[in-house]
Design a protein around this ligand. Structure first.
Ligand code: KG4
Ligand code: ZN
Length: 327
């Protein structure tokens, strides 16, 4: 069985084809980074317009790379969470494609897509396990009881961790997107240079990143622009250290609470090498390669297989749900 996965929830227009739930035949991603970089964040209106421009060529490229429309058994598409105008582009395209080609449509939760990226690993983890999902819009701990059966055991009380990376990068004048910018600046910095507090340390499984972001802003104001410019890399490294410690410690605590020896990290922030190094200490750890951490179509196709088995096809009138929850 072969599914096409379509993803347009934020600023990537993406299409991937997966066979039998596990084998990636192609994974084409168009990133809108250049469009949004000069605004320091995603501009929803521009994102929707660019999805409209790119959705057809990107899907066509995926189909050309892997056997064409005739070889498909269905289409999986993100229905939420995400930007309404962006979601509607992928969803409308998928609905039309399914109507025209007579294929079943599978409506996928973007967050389940990030988790399903784990099924595309050569050494796919066998549930139960605990997964940290860390993106620009979400930061959460999930207990994966089985594929398709999740429990939220921790979430952020305010900002998502990726959002904090983006905001701190903007504050330091490091550009957009903040995650990779902070990571590369931090490489030359001293992570002990500025001892920022580790958010919510030892206090349950929920996260909070807005206090850490504020601590960086307060420190930057106190030392002044000239000093910030001189010690930018140390601030970036110290912020990254605190954020990674918070994520890693809570993931470890979640494993203890659930009594499992296995864990995973997924989502855009899971591409961060300091995080990847730190979680390696936790035991049996699974993490998708960077190209499957950021938004992509293959992960949506992988989730489509779970949805097909659990929920079956959606009606062609299925709508976008910008604030869709996973559990
Ligand atoms: O999963 P994703 O591509 O989109 C969402 O669903 O939000 O995640 C994007 C987020 C952005 O906030 C970006 O700054 C962050 O992931 N990110 C990183 C890194 N690469 C991307 N954060 C830290 N380190 C990275 N290397
Ligand atoms: Zn995402």
């Amino acid at each position: 069985m072969r599914l096409l996965g379509i993803e347009t929830s934020c600023d990537e227009t993406a299409a991937g084809i997966v066979e039998d739930g596990r084998r990636v035949l192609c994974n084409i991603v168009h990133s809108q980074l250049e469009t949004h970089a000069r605004y320091g964040g995603v501009v929803p209106e521009l994102a929707g317009r660019e999805h409209i421009e790119k959705i057809y060529p990107i899907v066509e490229e995926a189909l050309d790379a892997a056997g064409g429309l005739q070889s498909l058994n269905g289409v999986a598409v993100t229905r939420g969470p995400g930007l309404n105008g962006s979601l509607l582009v992928g969803l409308s395209f998928a609905r039309a494609l399914c109507l025209g080609a007579g294929l079943p449509l599978y409506a996928v939760n973007h967050l389940e897509g990030h988790l399903a990226a784990l099924r595309l690993l050569e050494d796919e983890p066998e549930p139960p396990l605990v997964a940290l999902l860390a993106t620009g819009g979400h930061t959460a701990l999930y207990y994966i009881r089985n594929w398709g059966d999740y429990e939220t055991i921790g979430t952020t009380l305010d900002d998502a961790v990726g959002e904090a990376f983006d905001k701190v990068a903007r504050l330091l004048g490091l550009g957009y997107p903040g995650g990779p910018a902070i990571e590369s600046a931090a490489e030359g910095g001293d992570p002990e240079g500025f001892p920022f507090p580790i958010p919510m340390r030892g206090r349950g499984l929920d996260f909070s990143f807005s206090g850490l972001k504020t601590a960086v802003a307060v420190k930057a104001k106190k030392i002044g622009d000239a000093e910030v410019a001189k010690r930018r890399v140390d601030i970036a490294a110290s912020f990254q250290r605190a954020a990674v410690k918070s994520l890693t410690e809570k993931l470890g605590a979640a494993m203890t609470e659930k009594g499992v020896g296995k864990c995973a990290i997924v989502g855009g922030v899971a591409a961060n090498n300091e995080l990847r190094r730190a979680v390696n200490e936790l035991g049996e750890v699974y993490m998708p390669p960077p190209e499957l951490c950021g938004d992509n179509g293959a992960m949506i196709a992988a989730a489509g297989f779970i949805v097909a088995e659990r929920d079956g096809p959606a009606g062609l009138s299925v709508d976008a749900v910008p604030y869709l929850k996973l559990t």
